[in-house]
Write a protein that binds this ligand. Structure first.
Ligand code: PRP
Ligand code: ADE
Length: 184
């Protein structure tokens, strides 16, 4: 059965349950890693999950750009952007973008890092959608929101496949919040 907080219909939640495998103690002891690669390898499941993400994205109102967070956000964000007729903006780990960038540092479930976005990627006032595969502590999504704010733009929505509720990421995203296809 899917959770009351799942944004996807029950069959999509069931697909995620079947094809996202939990791997214990990876990358560090105590973490249950949600490995999406079996789902990505199944064309029918991948199509249904992308369609479900697009359905959620369409509830966000007008969107100027869809932001994907390196690396796993890059798998889904461009597919959503195409369906919304919006551009795709990459948010990358530090040192990867070639032009002048905004930078922010953040903590996540198993470490800390820096994210960057090109300074000219967004216009002030743009409404953007942030896309990733997993919402855990929320550190990564919050860092993306910081980059959007530095650009003078606005986060209209945060969308992920999977939310790990016990890690409290949802509270960090207040008041915009995050929508997850499947919550554990
Ligand atoms: O909510 P948080 O605690 O911040 O964790 C979520 C983030 O962690 C994972 O990325 P990771 O940094 O492992 O990088 P990767 O996508 O390059 O594997 C995941 O893809 C999210 O981006
Ligand atoms: N448990 C987890 N599984 C997959 N990606 C993650 N990112 C942060 N925590 C994660």
């Amino acid at each position: 059965m899917n959770s009351a907080t799942d944004s996807a219909p029950a069959p999509v939640s069931a697909l995620i349950d079947r094809l996202v495998r939990p791997i214990e103690d990876w990358p560090v002891p105590g973490v249950t890693f949600r490995d999406i690669t079996p789902l990505l390898a199944d064309p029918e499941a991948l199509r249904l999950v992308v369609d479900a993400l697009v359905d959620v994205a369409r509830t966000t109102g007008p969107i100027d750009a869809v932001l994907g967070i390196e690396a796993r956000g890059f798998i889904f964000a461009p597919a959503i952007a195409l369906e919304l007729n919006a551009g795709f903006v990459p948010i990358r780990k530090a040192g990867k973008l070639p032009s002048t960038s905004f930078t922010t540092s953040y903590d996540l479930e198993y470490g800390s890092a820096e994210l960057e976005m090109h300074r000219d990627a967004l216009q002030p006032g743009d409404r953007v959608l942030v896309v990733d595969d997993v919402l855990a502590t929320g550190g990564t999504m919050l860092a993306a929101a910081d980059l959007v704010q530095q650009a003078g733009a606005q986060v209209a929505g945060n969308i992920v496949l999977i939310e790990i509720q016990a890690l409290g990421g949802q509270e960090k995203l207040h008041p915009v919040g995050g929508s997850a296809l499947r919550t554990y």
